[in-house]
Design a protein around this ligand. Structure first.
Ligand SMILES: O=C(O)CCC(=O)C(=O)O
Ligand SMILES: [Fe+2]
Length: 285
């Protein structure tokens, strides 16, 4: 295996490994360690069936069944389709060809997801880049006054409010009452401690964080607006330009991500699994 850092503070490229083949424990440990310490890991040139993708994901933890069940793969409910492709006039995947704004995956769940693994199966020639921001380094670098201001604060994350706000003309975002029951408004700490590393990171998901608890609405929005520029400084970003066969995985305890739009005449097809924290670490602290 060859391991090469990609960004200033986050991102690592790992080559010389076939993720579809059974991974020796020692190789898996090297991969997990590199991923955790660099927050985003990129594995170019992979060929993965859904079964192989699930098998790789399961090495890290129990696979999550995404609440947006409309976009589960037809073969495996653990696999989510992220795509603009249509079959019989119906979207087979979530997100279409539009922008996906900054967010932390499933931060709106009572027990958010740990890592997300995305496999690029069909990639447009332009657009659709995925940007990652390092929220642990962002936290470390906050001005002391702002750090003190957010210490001990909690936020409410709400996919329902996100859907209502952003779903105009986006039928892919709509969720049923049944799905919303699994994803009720969820309070979480605004600064979280990484369950395995002990490091701290800002835990603000711009798409999903509706308010800071205990603050009047204008103060709540002002605090979140004050934080955001510290989370998106250019040297905290790794931007991934996709090639077919790329596997990219990220740690939702220490990063957020967004995706560029791409021209709708091209097809983009990604297969996605995500995995849960160990049982004792499922609720962020
Ligand atoms: O389409 C992408 O590149 C990212 C999609 C995304 O946000 C996700 O899979 O969680
Ligand atoms: Fe995401």
């Amino acid at each position: 295996m060859n391991i090469r850092p990609l960004g200033h503070t986050l991102g690592v490229e790992i080559t010389g490994v076939d993720l579809a083949a059974p991974l020796a424990d020692a190789d898996f440990d090297v991969i997990k360690d590199a991923w955790l310490h660099h927050k985003v890991a990129v594995f170019p040139g992979q060929t993965l069936t859904e079964a192989a993708l699930m098998q790789f994901g399961r090495r890290f933890g129990e696979l999550e069944i995404h609440v947006r069940s409309t976009y589960h793969s037809r073969e495996n409910s653990e696999v989510m389709i992220v795509s603009n492709k249509k079959e019989d006039g119906r979207a087979i995947g979530v997100l279409g060809d539009g922008e996906a704004q900054w967010h932390i995956d499933q931060s709106y769940m009572p027990q958010p997801t740990f890592g997300t693994i995305l496999f690029g199966q069909e990639i447009p020639p332009e657009g659709g880049d995925t940007w990652f921001a390092d929220l642990a380094t962002a936290y470390d670098r906050l001005p002391p006054v702002l750090k003190a201001k957010i210490e001990g604060k909690r936020v409410v994350n709400s996919v329902d409010r996100h859907n209502r706000r952003d779903a105009a003309g986006r039928p892919d975002l709509a969720m049923s009452a049944e799905q919303l029951k699994r994803a009720p408004d969820s309070p979480h700490p605004l600064v979280r401690t990484h369950p395995l590393l002990g490091t701290r990171a800002i835990y603000y998901s711009p798409s999903h964080t509706a308010e800071v608890e205990g603050l009047e609405e204008p103060d709540s929005q002002a605090l979140l607006a004050e934080l955001l520029p510290h989370m998106t400084k250019p040297d905290l970003i790794y931007k991934h330009h996709w090639s077919v066969g790329d596997v990219v995985m990220w740690d939702n305890s220490a990063t957020m991500h967004r995706r560029d739009p791409f021209p709708g005449e091209y097809s983009r097809l990604m297969k996605r699994v995500s995995f849960r924290y160990p049982p004792e670490h499922r609720v962020p602290v």
